[in-house]
Ligand binder design. Structure first.
Ligand code: ADP
Ligand code: MG
Length: 389
């Protein structure tokens, strides 16, 4: 996948709209995880240094309407203003006449963050007229929002068809690392997929089975696959309506692996008595909440041989320390490898962050859902318009 790049776009002296994903977790009006903001800064600084006038657009949360003030981008601006000189806040809602008028006042070197795109319903409706009203705010546009590029939205999938457009530095990195992991990996290529829902991750598991030498499963999603194979899973979290759809996944090849032992408890609560059993021995009144030590050891042995590792999804209910060991051990093993190591997903990155292992990974994706879609090989509505002819 070859995208047009921001460094190839004719930007000197132009007004550039940068679509970022500053939909970051905030609490009491303060940003609590700035990863996505930090990732976009090189593109903003690059454009500022080239004498551009910069219009920054993003959504935040899922506002009902424009009066959803706790989803104002003012709080993100407050964070940004401490790190970037020359940043301004425009409280005008993008797409309005007032926002267009305000965009005409942006000066050379200014970085102006506008109010929440989703305060206008046209954003999520991918409304063409709304996209056209955004296009008036700049001469060209840069997509620096990989994490929303799997969605159709006016500023993501339509705006880049209306203006000269290109990928920002972080988007370029995402496509480079995730793309080459699939297309030209150092082998063996090992994927680790865990997390909650088999329904959201089945397509990526199937795609990875095509590319990978091993696919190691954990988390609640493995329970549904075990159940489909006739293994008793007790009261474990499963998706009953997915059992039929995963029956064809073969566990008798070497490639697809499920846990061989598990940590279980009667309740998914801190303080519940946890025990370790072979995967076939889960009684009716227990829940599988983590992979067991033998599974960790087996996965570690496979991982030690890897040339490339792609990881998404925790191995267990890691929010509770009693069920975090599988995830923590896998994180430590992967972090210690000399292989190319790539991880992504909200909870997965939380787990890595908690262990302070982020720097030991080759690449951390800013996309959760977007990373999965990309690995599936699904067309990305925000990237397709940026493809080189
Ligand atoms: P990511 O955001 O990294 O893609 P997911 O959102 O798919 O990950 O899943 C993370 C969630 O899955 C976590 O909140 C974790 O508690 C839950 N989970 C993992 N394994 C289990 C399990 N065995 N039982 C219940 N919940 C689980
Ligand atoms: Mg998640």
């Amino acid at each position: 996948m070859e995208l047009r790049k921001v460094q190839e776009l004719d930007v000197a002296g132009r007004q550039v709209i940068v679509r970022v994903d500053f939909n970051v977790p905030c609490r009491n009006g303060k940003v609590c995880d700035a990863t996505r903001i930090t990732a976009a800064l090189p593109t903003l600084e690059f454009l500022r240094d080239r004498g551009c006038r910069i219009v920054v657009l993003t959504h935040l949360g899922k506002p009902n309407n424009e009066h959803d003030k706790h989803l104002s981008l003012q709080q993100v601006f407050d964070y940004l203003a401490e790190r970037l000189p020359s940043v301004q806040f425009a409280s005008e809602v993008p797409g309005t006449a007032a926002a267009i008028a305000r965009s005409q006042q942006v000066r050379t070197g200014d970085i102006t963050l506008f109010e929440n795109l989703r305060f206008n319903p046209g954003e999520q409706a991918n409304d063409r007229a709304f996209a056209a009203s955004l296009a008036v705010m700049g001469d060209c546009m840069v997509n620096e929002a990989f994490s929303v590029s799997h969605r159709r939205a006016a500023s993501v999938s339509t705006l880049p068809t209306l203006l000269p457009s290109a990928a920002g530095f972080q988007v370029q990195k995402e496509v480079e690392f995730l793309g080459s992991a699939l297309a030209d990996p150092k082998r063996p290529l090992v994927a680790i997929i865990g997390g909650a829902k088999i329904s959201t991750k089945l397509p990526v598991i199937r795609a990875l089975l095509e590319h990978c030498d091993y696919v190691l499963l954990g988390g609640a999603l493995a329970n549904t696959i075990l159940k489909a194979q006739g293994v008793a899973v007790g009261k474990s979290l499963i998706e009953e309506n997915m059992v039929e759809s995963v029956k064809d996944l073969s566990l008798t090849t070497n490639k697809l692996r499920v846990p061989i032992d598990v940590v279980m408890a009667k309740r998914p609560e801190a303080g519940a008595a946890a025990s370790i059993v072979a995967v076939a021995n889960v009684p009716d009144d227990e829940l599988i909440l983590d992979i067991g030590p033998e599974s960790v050891e087996l996965y570690a042995k496979i991982l030690q041989t890897a040339g490339t590792v792609i990881w998404n999804g925790p191995m267990g209910y890691f929010e509770l320390p009693a069920f975090a060991k599988g995830t923590d051990e896998v994180a430590k093993v992967v972090a210690g490898l000399l292989a190319v190591t790539i991880a992504g997903g909200g909870e997965t990155l939380d787990a890595i962050d908690e262990l302070k292992l982020g720097k030991k990974f080759t690449f951390l994706s800013t996309g959760g859902g977007a990373m999965l879609k990309f690995l599936e090989g699904a067309p990305m509505p925000g990237l397709v318009p940026l493809l080189k002819a």
